[in-house]
Design a binder for this molecule. Sequence first.
Ligand SMILES: Cc1cc2nc3c(=O)[nH]c(=O)nc-3n(C[C@H](O)[C@H](O)[C@H](O)COP(=O)(O)OP(=O)(O)OC[C@H]3O[C@@H](n4cnc5c(N)ncnc54)[C@H](O)[C@@H]3O)c2cc1C
Length: 285
Amino acid sequence: MKPAAFRYHAPKTVDEAIAILAEVAADDGRVLAGGQSLVPTMAFRLAKPGHLVDINGVAALKRVGIEDGKLVIGACVRHAAFHQPVCEGPLGKLLTDVVKHIAHYPIRNRGTFCGSLAHADPSSEWCLVLTALDGEVLAKSARGERVIAARDFFKGIMSTALRDDELLVEARLPILAADTRCGFNEFSRRAGDYALAAALACFRIENGKIVEPRLALGGAEVNPRRIPEAEKALIGAAPGDQAFRAAAHAAAAAIDPMVDITTDAEFRRDLVLAVTRRALERAAA
Ligand SMILES: Cc1cc2nc3c(=O)[nH]c(=O)nc-3n(C[C@H](O)[C@H](O)[C@H](O)COP(=O)(O)OP(=O)(O)OC[C@H]3O[C@@H](n4cnc5c(N)ncnc54)[C@H](O)[C@@H]3O)c2cc1C
């Protein structure tokens, strides 16, 4: 099927983009980034936006770099940018580990990091990364700008705190200390499919004990989130099988699992048990 008719706008600056959005938001005006989620939904006529504001010509949104101790990822930075480390240290390596799990190569060449955040699929790997690391996003509209913390950004399945006239200008991730260990694991039925459950673990080791653990899950609940019960099981423990199993059991017990036609709650808890333990093992390796 072909999409319903829409008006196409091609701003060249952020100010131009937000001025157009201010005009067209009420008529279901949408930002077009990589188009890898929006265009298929339009083709199925599940979405019929009256206007598309194509941000691909806005050069200022293509930057990725470090600013004030944070990795700043502009709205037009594509998944494929992370095939190589975009910064030194554990954060750059973590992003190269994670990106391989997102869809397939052609989709990674068009889809964007920030588009994934705005789309807010519960299984999105980048939504999980933003949440696990307590990142933030910068949103701009003709009314002004605001910074939204990851914990306040995701509002349910494919729903975010972004208002209709707001452009997600950039995402920001904290730079991780050089001795931070990170591990990611996900389960999907076929390579490139959305994950049925995914876990991201980060911690440091001091005097043989785990410090500053972060354990977040994606694909298991309506939004990605850090799991305090699992983090508690890790603090001060010696990194190893006993602590990792305890954390995995705590994570599986703590979730309110999504249920769908192929995945019941029990199966999802089992997957969380497995991906959590594997993510922790990878971090420790
Ligand atoms: C077959 C297939 C498999 C996939 N598998 C995965 C997967 O395993 N993991 C995964 O994470 N994703 C997967 N995706 C989705 C892909 O990663 C998309 O790139 C991503 O979800 C959306 O990014 P985009 O840049 O393409 O956004 P678009 O499709 O352009 O936009 C998506 C939505 O976000 C809004 N939006 C986009 N950018 C902004 C912005 N800067 N400000 C405000 N609103 C904005 C749009 O208006 C639209 O509503 C898959 C897609 C396909 C087709």
